[in-house]
Design a protein around this ligand. Structure first.
Ligand code: BGC
Length: 758
């Protein structure tokens, strides 16, 4: 088709985005507009159908890239208006659904590093790998904050603290979107899931959130405000209902608060088939026609995975329940994002993935961030780092010690049912180091003997997955928690013959992610039995908990000499673990989330509200909600750094002024070591109930042996404020306490008393 509009103002990149959108909108027919606000999913069904959709001018596709995407873009370019496709994918911790891409730790693993620069670098490296495959929109970062840790998506989050979430999220967005959105390596970010998706009843995925608007503002809104201020181009609404209203049609939250109050100018995309879900599950609409009307009126701009939506929209336009204005409002936002990304100028760019996937700088970053995902929580008698004598004969045991897929975490090729949507592609094995690879490589020159024994299987249960209900993950061995007696015996023999056992256990992929909330937070039965059998040998034991989220493991905490938590650290897991065990590097992680002792103790976050009749359960006094197994912020280095003389910059904080803390960090040890200095705030008296303490700032400090270092940590005033009864953030005058230390626990904190001036 000849290009009818090559001279049209909307094609002119020197005009403003507003002018280009204003020129294009009236040229579009109702049908073209209806297709523009819809996204279709590739993978299933097959691509020819996508070509039909592209020919109709569908606004967006997901899960397709490379040459296939280029073919769809070519079709889109030939449509009457030639509007390019917005092409999205879940590039969640790396371009993880693309075979060969660099795989970083999951968000929870990244958060454990408390390193926003590294997270920004992950975003940048991911964007570079994405654009080489033609994709320019990632459904990331997740800004949810888990409350009930049984929630299956806990590992997809940056943990339990909203400042950490906000800062990590902003860093990732800055990395994805780069300095200029229309630069060739920039991709649009999509903070999600708006809002309070991590606080559904009982941790049940996508059910009801029953919180008041004020509570949602107090706990969940700020990271989204920070994301909007950071320039996030798109935001995904959550699956669940808030106060009875599905988020995809929630006018109060999408239109009044997100677009109005927060001034979000990008596009709101629904989550997967949310309009259909309103019909089938929430039952707030009789049929798709009514659902799309309610969504568009509520504030949705783009329907994810809803190829039937255009027809429904057109029927409702004809019936008069929708107006062209309703549709233009949504389409304008979709088009504006496309213009800002520069897609009209270069929609077809597919680079050379082989030049950037696994680039040396990306591999180094994967290693560095994997070190951050490792949190040392027990180290009795300084067993770690291992002395050469302690590592001559190692028994490496456990179902995940040599598993490149499990360590890489969710939203990854090969992980659970993802393979179906992504046509059974896999990451090349050689890209990853498993713990077995890492130890064998690191210790080969020392002549150490490593005996590897799986001990038991790693796939104890097999739930169906929502996208592919007909398909089940493959059970490779030991179904239903049964330990294979021969395997267990071999593991015990290996443990008995060794100087040291390294046991790698954790939650299986089928207990991790969407549709995978768990009733318990324990290890699978067979892994628990493996731990007990290995422990009974008496050989010194290092447990590596390769987990998606916190597990309640008090007996391992008491039983193992050393405990290293590894939140699915990605492709470099093995080399990072080997470096830490052998003392080439310190574990850099500090917990971004509390560990409960028992599932019955939930919720157990550090920023609980202190007023209640007692803090423990009467049938088990160890289970107080202020007594986690491990607290937010906890984690050991290889030296005990001392925080000396923390001092407030302003004893009485004047109006309109920021606060700061100065202190000295001393390293009395023999190795270079680092710590994360954490600063919390607390109001002794305040007009509304509020958290017992909350994170206000942090800084990582690295100190040479025998040296000291002075630092000043700025505390923006806004971080001292509390969410008032009317939902506004205010800092009341009067007493305030600033707590400085190496974790959120009382015993790790020094209290500085100050005041806030009138
Ligand atoms: C998830 C989103 C994801 C989308 C596309 C949904 O089921 O909730 O987080 O971005 O699928 O894969």
């Amino acid at each position: 088709m000849t290009d009818l509009f090559h001279d049209a103002p909307f094609r002119n990149p020197s005009l403003s985005i507003e002018d280009r959108v204003a020129d294009l909108l009236p040229r579009a027919t109702l049908e073209e507009l209806a297709w523009q606000v819809v996204q279709v999913a590739a993978g299933r069904p097959a691509l020819p159908v996508h070509q039909e959709w592209a020919a109709k001018g569908v606004g967006s596709v997901l899960f397709v890239g490379g040459e296939e995407l280029a073919a769809l873009q070519a079709t889109a370019a030939k449509t009457r208006l030639g509007i390019p496709l917005l092409a999205g994918i879940d590039a969640i911790h790396g371009h993880t659904l693309w075979a060969g891409a660099t795989v970083y730790p999951t968000q929870l693993g990244l958060a454990a590093g408390w390193d926003t620069e590294a997270v920004k670098a992950v975003g940048r490296a991911t964007a570079i790998e994405m654009v080489s495959t033609g994709l320019h929109w990632t459904f990331s970062p997740t800004l949810c904050r888990p409350r009930d840790l049984r929630w299956g998506r806990t590992g997809e989050t940056f943990g339990e603290d909203q400042l950490l979430i906000a800062e990590m999220g902003a860093a990732m967005i800055a990395g994805y979107q780069g300095d200029r959105l229309d630069a060739p390596t920039s991709v649009a970010a999509c903070p999600k899931h708006f809002i309070a998706y991590g606080d559904t009843v009982g941790g049940r995925d996508a059910s009801e959130c029953e919180l008041s608007e004020r509570t949602i503002r107090a706990r969940y809104l700020r990271p989204f405000q920070v994301a909007v201020d950071a320039g996030a181009q798109t935001i995904m609404c959550a699956y669940q209902t808030v106060d009875g209203v599905a988020m995809s049609e929630n006018h109060r939250w999408l239109t009044e608060i997100l677009k109005g109050e927060l001034r979000f100018e990008g596009l709101v995309v629904t989550d997967w088939e949310c309009a259909t879900r309103m019909v089938q599950q929430v039952k707030s609409a009789e049929d798709l026609d009514r659902a799309v009307v309610r969504c568009l009126k509520g504030g949705t701009d783009l329907f994810m995975a809803e190829p039937e939506a255009p027809a429904a929209i057109l029927r409702q336009l004809a019936a008069g329940t929708l107006t062209r204005g309703d549709l233009e409002r949504a389409a304008a936002r979709v088009l504006a994002v496309k213009f800002r990304l520069g897609l009209f100028e270069r929609p077809l760019v597919v680079g050379k993935p082989e030049d950037v996937l696994q680039a040396p700088a990306h591999r180094d970053l994967a290693h560095r961030t994997a070190l951050g995902a490792l949190t040392l929580l027990r180290n009795r008698d300084q067993l770690l780092p291992l002395e050469p004598r302690a590592r001559r004969r190692i028994a490496l045991i456990g179902p995940y010690a040599d598993d490149p897929v499990v360590q890489a975490g969710d939203w990854n090729l090969g992980y659970k049912a993802n393979q179906d949507l992504h046509r059974n592609r896999a990451h090349p094995r050689a890209n990853s180091s498993t713990i077995r690879d890492g130890l064998e490589r690191r210790l080969a020159a020392e002549g150490a003997v490593i005996t590897y024994a799986r001990g038991c299987g790693g796939v104890p249960m097999v739930p169906a997955h929502h996208h592919v209900p007909e398909r089940r993950a493959q059970v490779t061995d030991d179904p239903a928690g049964e330990a294979h007696p021969e395997r267990l015996a071999a593991a015990v023999r290996a443990a008995e013959a060794a100087d040291l056992v390294v046991l790698v256990v954790g939650d299986p992929p089928d207990w991790d992610g969407e549709f995978c909330s768990t009733a318990h937070l324990r290890l699978p039965e067979n892994q628990q039995r493996l731990y007990e059998a290995v422990r009974a040998t008496g050989t010194p034991l290092v447990v590596i908990l390769l987990c998606s989220k916190p597990l309640a493991i008090p007996e391992i905490t008491d039983g193992a000499e050393a405990l290293l938590v590894a939140f699915r650290p990605g492709q470099a897991t093995g080399d990072a673990v080997a470096a830490v065990l052998c003392g080439d590097a310190e574990p850099l992680g500090r917990l971004p989330i509390s560990f409960p002792r028992h599932v019955g103790q939930l919720p157990v976050a550090y920023d609980f509200h202190p007023a209640s009749h007692g803090k423990v359960y009467v049938d088990d006094a160890t289970l107080g909600y202020d007594r986690p197994l491990f607290a937010f912020g906890e984690g050991l280095g290889y030296e005990r750094l001392r925080l000396v003389q923390p001092t407030l910059q302003h004893q009485n904080l004047p109006a309109d002024t920021d606060q700061a803390v100065t202190l000295t960090v001393e390293n009395p040890g023999i190795r270079t070591s680092s710590t994360v200095v954490q600063v919390y705030a607390r109001l002794p008296v305040g007009p509304v109930s509020r958290p017992n303490r909350w994170l206000a700032a942090w800084a990582r400090v690295t100190v040479e042996p025998g040296q000291r270092q002075s630092i000043t940590i700025p505390i923006p005033r806004s971080r001292l404020a509390i969410c008032d009864a009317d939902g506004a953030w205010r800092l009341p005058p009067g007493a305030i306490e600033i707590l400085v230390g190496t974790s959120s626990r009382d015993q790790d904190l020094q209290v500085l008393k100050g005041t806030v001036a009138q």
